[in-house]
Design a protein around this ligand. Structure first.
Ligand code: PAF
Length: 282
């Protein structure tokens, strides 16, 4: 496995691979890797000849009061995990390389960037779309893998790829969960034991929607109220949003729900967690 820290070196490595006819699969991450990331890596291995994983804690997607400083950084342990998964290249640039003084160009996916997490984290999606556009230009992947857990991020990036005619196929892999249902997240490491238990309310709320929808309930208002009642049963959960929306536009769905996205975000102590569920299409 090769570790590349220099942008130009990464571009040349990718170009060389493509000139040999190899396809490039890319998993962008901020490190602190867990099984969710590794499931993306495995999918990339199955899909492409050369697998590149980036590890970059992107300052542009953190708000001024957010956890940029304390975000877990574990380059050595992450590299060992990636090596064991057969990754070919780890790309780990410095913030100074990615954002040299005077860099002012950003990518803003209009409208979508202000919904869900974008509403409570102003500027977050501008940071995500800017760094992912830059990483795509550097790594030049044929395939890019993302986790369904960040459903709003998926919608924003799909739109960016479409609107800017980026020549990359986005592949979205299902959420990976702990045995008790908690969605894997690098931020779970912040939770105390109590908060870890309290956070399971997210999964209970989504399960409630899933079972009501399976028994024929089609009213988004009723499904939403039922989920809110479950969330209210856990006073430690400070709800940010619970919405039943179209996964592409992130707008609330009207009368019918099949294929809709049920997305939830709540804070436990100082840790903000997100989770979601896609309702079956039929
Ligand atoms: O999902 C993440 O970890 C990040 O938002 C991403 C896509 C790596 C961009 O920094």
């Amino acid at each position: 496995m090769r570790m590349i820290r220099d942008i130009r070196e990464m571009q040349l490595a990718s170009r060389a691979a493509r000139m040999q006819g190899l396809s490039v699969g890319f998993v962008p991450t901020m490190g602190a890797l867990h099984e969710g990331h590794l499931s993306l890596v495995r999918r990339a291995r199955a899909q492409a000849n050369l697998v590149v994983v980036s590890i970059f804690v992107n300052p542009l997607q953190f708000g001024p009061t957010e956890d940029l400083e304390r975000y877990p950084r574990k380059l050595e342990a992450d590299s060992a995990l990636l090596e064991a998964e057969g990754v070919h290249i780890v790309f780990a640039p410095s913030p100074e390389q990615m954002y040299p003084a005077g860099a002012t160009t950003t990518v803003h996916v209009g409208e979508l960037s202000d919904k869900l997490d974008g509403r409570s984290r102003p500027g977050h999606f501008r940071g995500v779309s800017t760094v992912v556009a830059k990483l795509f230009h550097i790594v030049q992947p044929d395939y890019a893998l993302f986790g369904q857990k960040d459903a709003a991020q998926v919608a924003v990036l799909r739109r960016m790829v479409r609107d800017l005619n980026m020549d990359v196929e986005m592949i979205v892999a299902p959420i990976v969960r702990e045995a008790d249902g908690l969605a894997l997240s690098s931020r779970n490491a912040y939770l105390t034991l109590d908060q870890r238990r309290q956070a399971l309310v997210l999964q209970r709320a989504l399960k409630q929607v899933e079972s009501l929808a399976a028994s024929g309930e089609r009213s988004p208002e009723k499904l939403r109220s039922a989920a809110l009642a479950v969330l209210a049963s856990e006073p430690a959960a400070a709800l940010d949003y619970l919405e039943i929306i179209d996964p592409d536009t992130l707008d609330p769905v009207a009368a019918t729900t099949p294929g809709a996205l049920v997305a939830v975000a709540a804070t436990f102590g100082t840790t903000r967690l997100i989770d979601n569920l896609l309702l079956p299409r039929c």
